[in-house]
Design a protein around this ligand. Sequence first.
Ligand code: HAM
Length: 421
Amino acid sequence: MYQKIKGTEDLYGEEMKYWYWIEKKAKDLAIRYGYGEIRTPIFEETKLFIRSVGQDTDIVQKEMYTFEDKGGRSITLRPEGTAPVVRAFVEDGMIAQGFPQKYFYIGPMFRYERPQSGRQRQFHQFGAEIFGSSSPIADAELIIFADRLMKEIGLVDYQIHINSLGDIEDRAKYREALKEYYAQHLENLCDDCKVRYEKNVLRLLDCKVDIEYTKNAPKITDYLGENSRKHYEELKALLDSVGIKYIENPRLVRGLDYYNRTVFEIHHQKLGAMSAIAGGGRYDGLIKEIGGKDVPALGFATGIERLILALKAENVLVDEIETNVVYIAYLGGFDVKAEAIRLSEELRREGIPVGLELMERGLSAQLKNAARVGAKFTIIVGESELERNIVLVKNMETGEQLEFERSFVVSGIKDMITEMQ
Ligand code: HAM
């Protein structure tokens, strides 16, 4: 027997109601906030991710699905969505369309991480990117959008963490301060942190092991230059003006290298170790870095699997997917069967989800199946009903059975469904 690859999932059945719920709300909301959809390939040139996400990040060092294709090219399954969207923006000359430009995406991402609840090797993100604005009002709108998304899907128990990483010069000064601070503790740090100290000292703040040292480390916000500080202050004031609650977290550095100034994460209180349900920020240098013009940009992404865990943890009721509101059962020869299929099409044309008996079972087995698939009504067509130009309609909840004239079935069923709602 073949088995799915570790860290991947087959999605079907009851579980899909959560996917429909989130995807529909996220798409509708993105459109309400002025985003257009973008779909990029799930694989890209490996270099794109090394250049954008950063050579020394965990993603590039340990987590990418990289392979050589038959033409000898190094290809990587996308570990995130921002770099591909930026690549498309630069490659297709989208800059010519004026600013700002706003794109959203939904799709699978791939990271070779140790699978556990809320962490998979193939997972799905909904993401949003804004190109062109350097104003804090764009940062504010983005965070408000992320917050609204959480609210609209029904989440309550989450917190928004924000921070500013400053500009390149601010970060250079901060790096020095961190190096100085951690140099005193170097011997006691975990092995990963010893490497991080050499390669990318900011990453030390992310460490889950050396938390004691992180507590007393210098804070980036004390190293922000005038412009970054103003940007951060205005962002916070704008969030305050619409009543968005946030926590300032000076240790928040994010796991990807392309960020500057604003970074944020949303954490769900009931998810334990994998509590980050969304993350993002500003990445003003990235478009230029991968060959485009100097265009400021920002965005965020949320992990759909984690949102589903959060919805379940909060017992949020989501819409059911109703596939068999009406079941059509029949017993008889070809004419009866033809009548059954005609009837099913008439109802489906009216937008009613219909299950048609496909197994040609006996009537009681058909009724049992109608109950199994959750039908509200079962229509029964037989030889004598066909002759009398009627059908029987059984209310599956009450067991009541009515005769309907053939020409009134569709409107009658529609009325009964409306009454039930
Ligand atoms: P990220 O923080 O790496 O950011 O991922 C965003 C979200 O994807 C996380 O908060 C989490 O919910 C989900 N996620 C990440 N890894 C996994 C995993 N292995 N299993 C399940 N869920 C996961 C980015 O990817 C950036 N591209 C976000 C961004 C967009 N920044 C600017 N624009």
